[in-house]
Design a protein around this ligand. Structure first.
Ligand code: KG4
Ligand code: ZN
Length: 404
């Protein structure tokens, strides 16, 4: 069946059409058309997502993207032939739309658009969970063709359970156990800021633009590279700092040594549960910058060292708790998803942790951020799981805080 999926939960608008077949555990997908619009540029002046602006951008872009995907999937003629009352087969068989979690005013934009289409074409509408989408994004395999269009075919592989999902994004940091495929139990989550949110806030403190994740990551990589070079040339080890809760900075004027090192805390690393906390780490960076005389006093090298230590601390917490959950729940498959799963350091550390012990799935980098392809996969699978039943249109509502 043809499924059209829509994502508008934050600052990315996406519309995808896929051909989907098969059941919950063996579904196959063929990507027919995909179009998206990132609003990053529009939000840069605000230093983060400005919800009212995001809503307006979604409203503007949805009809444009729909037209693009209908053309790409070669079904626009079919749509053009459609008129109210005419007996024409609908251009798609199912619509999936993100209903939460996310920014409610943005979610409503997608939902209202999807409801209108569902009504007009008389097709079922499946409200789809954004976080379930991030889990499913690991299965997507896409490649751009010569025209720059994303294409690809992929299927849900046979997965061993219990399965653990680590979801890391701008709004979430969650560890979710699935004892059975598509059944979810949140075993741990952040008690305050999400890890992506901490990246974004620390970037802002360092004067780096929104979204901060990729910027911090670039700065951290530069410091890592420098540290490796210096280690090789002088045999001096990078001062990684103690693992205590104190924030420390050391400025060394001896040009023969690495001149700046910092130590940041690893909040809740040894707590007896699977929860996380990123607000304290963010505040530690704030105090550190203050103690160093403020942003204006920071050299690029200092900013890079702070970014590196922040990233090491943030990722160490994720790795540590994931390892603990794998052991305790006898996990056989690990999925890592969400915007932060694009982070190279996280990906490397995860691969190092897992080795060949269990199956590790991470999305292609281009599918780590918010996208409508993942909503299509999750929407289709939920439709099959629910024996092709969907809730009545009028009951479908945005839920900004819904939990899997
Ligand atoms: O999943 P996503 O696109 O949107 C939400 O659902 O929140 O995640 C966005 C988050 C942002 O906080 C962004 O800074 C972060 O993912 N991010 C990264 C990287 N790329 C994006 N964080 C760390 N390293 C990256 N390379
Ligand atoms: Zn997301």
């Amino acid at each position: 069946m043809k499924i059209l999926s829509i994502e508008t939960s934050c600052d990315d608008t996406g519309v995808t059409i896929m051909e989907a077949t098969g059941g919950m555990t063996n579904a196959s997908f063929k990507l027919l058309a995909d179009a998206s619009n990132s609003q990053i540029k529009a939000h840069i002046p605000y230093g983060g997502v400005y919800p009212a602006l995001a809503k307006r951008e979604h409203a503007k872009n949805l009809p444009i993207l729909l037209e693009q995907v209908l053309k790409q999937a070669k079904i626009s003629d079919h749509v053009a032939a459609w008129r109210p009352g005419r007996q024409v087969k609908p251009p798609v068989d199912l619509i999936a739309v993100t209903y939460g979690p996310g920014l409610e005013m943005c979610l409503w934009e997608g939902i209202t658009f999807a409801k209108n289409l569902a009504e007009k074409w008389n097709v079922p509408l499946m409200p789809t969970d954004h976080m379930e989408g991030h889990i499913m994004s690991s299965f997507g395999k896409v490649k751009k063709n010569k025209k720059g269009e994303r294409k690809g075919t992929f299927k849900i592989p046979a997965l061993k359970t219990p399965l653990l999902s680590l979801l890391v994004s701008g709004g979430h940091t969650q560890l979710i156990v699935s004892k059975k495929w598509m059944e979810y139990e949140i075993i741990g989550e952040t008690l305050d800021d999400a890890v992506g949110e901490a990246y974004d806030k620390v970037a802002r403190m360092l004067g780096l633009p929104y979204p901060g994740g990729p910027e911090i990551s670039k700065f951290a990589d530069m410091a890592r590279e420098q540290a490796t070079k210096k280690q090789f040339s002088r045999g001096v080890s990078q001062a990684d700092g103690p693992r205590g809760s104190a924030t420390r900075a050391r400025v060394d004027s001896d040009p023969g040594k690495i001149s700046f090192s910092v130590a940041l805390p690893r909040p809740m690393l040894h707590s007896k549960n699977f929860n996380f906390s990123y607000s304290g780490l963010k505040t530690a960076v704030l105090y550190l910058i203050r103690d160093l005389g403020g942003l204006e006093k920071l050299t690029t090298e200092m900013k890079q060292a702070i970014a590196l230590e922040f990233e090491n601390a943030a990722i160490e917490c994720l790795i540590y708790k994931t390892a603990k959950a794998i052991e305790q729940y006898k996990i056989k498959t690990l999925i890592v998803g969400g915007g932060v799963s694009c982070n190279e350091h996280l990906r490397k550390e995860m691969k190092k942790l897992i080795g060949k012990k269990i199956t590790l799935l991470m999305p292609q980098k281009e599918l780590t951020g918010d996208n409508s392809l993942m909503i299509g996969i999750a929407g289709y699978l939920e439709y099959i799981k629910n024996k092709k039943k969907v809730p009545p249109l009028h009951s479908i509502k945005a839920d900004g805080n819904v939990k899997l």
